[in-house]
Design a protein around this ligand. Structure first.
Ligand code: HH2
Length: 265
């Protein structure tokens, strides 16, 4: 899954693709590099970020989504707002990627009333404050329990289980140690039998490990993505598609993994 942030302030690529033209150029590049899905977002969720209104978010993402749909690639919209979900579902997106796991009022109903896939992600707290002293007694168990509750809410609103993907939400209300424990324990999420999405690309835990700045974390991101796939993750959300794709091809050949192992929408 290749990331396109149509935002001025995203943590790794903020401002690079903040015009429709630049975002479309990036979409073309990621498709050429072998992305299976494009994830298009119009609001940064970096720690401390401020939210934008639904109208502004739609103005940012809609032209890029329309372009991506015209290229016949599966399209995901990275949003927590029901009005953005509704409009982009009407436009034809295949997946709603919600870091808030459909907790906004009305979000469950919008997705239930459609046929799209939904990614439910774990987050402790809210982006503005989530990195202020996050606490868990058993981070893996608590993340799974939260996701099970959100799956139950989704299913009881009429969203079929087959449409659900889960994500531990690396970096969303987690310390460095919590993130490491989640990556080590990712197989426990995989054993819930929902496809697991992992978003590790360029994240601060990789900066802590390597000492590298955000624009110098490609190699660390590829390593982390491979570790996640090795534990059974089926979608890897990345900024650097070619590097990830090449590494995964080697991994898949050695481990005799069929091309369909990664989830294709
Ligand atoms: N991470 C980010 C955004 N969306 N969605 C899922 N499902 N999983 C993630 O780990 C995830 C996500 C944060 O990364 P990025 O989009 O690069 O930055 P920003 O939120 O600043 O736009």
């Amino acid at each position: 899954m290749g990331v396109i942030n149509v935002t001025p302030d995203s943590f790794s690529d903020g401002g690079y693709f903040d015009t429709t033209e630049k975002a479309i150029e990036q979409a073309r590049r990621l498709i050429q590099e072998g992305a299976d899905i494009l994830d298009i977002g119009g609001e940064s969720t970096r720690p401390g970020s401020r939210s934008v209104g639904g109208d502004e978010e739609l103005l940012r993402v809609m032209p890029v989504i329309e372009f991506a749909l015209s290229m016949d690639i599966p399209v995901s919209v990275d949003t927590s707002k029901p009005e953005v979900m509704r409009a982009t579902i009407d436009a034809g997106v295949d997946l709603v990627n919600d870091i808030n796991a459909l907790r906004a009022p009305g979000a469950l109903d919008v997705v239930a009333d459609s046929a799209v896939m939904i990614c439910l992600m774990h987050m402790q707290g809210k982006p503005e404050t989530m990195q202020h002293n996050p606490q868990y007694s058993d981070v893996v168990a608590e993340v799974i329990s939260f996701l099970e509750q959100r799956v139950a809410a989704a299913v009881s609103t009429g969203i079929e289980r087959e449409r659900i993907i889960i994500d531990p939400g690396f970096g969303f209300g987690k310390t460095f140690e919590h993130n490491l424990m989640l990556l080590r324990g990712l197989d426990r999420l995989v054993s819930t039998n929902f496809p697991v999405l992992a978003g590790l690309s360029r994240k601060s835990m990789l900066g802590t490990i390597t000492g590298n700045a955000v624009n110098d974390r490609v190699h660390a991101s590829v390593a982390a993505g491979l570790l996640a796939v090795g534990q059974g993750a089926r979608i890897i959300r990345v900024h650097d598609v070619k590097a990830t794709r090449d590494a995964f091809s080697v991994f898949a050949a050695v481990n005799r993994i069929a091309p369909g192992f990664l989830l294709h929408l």
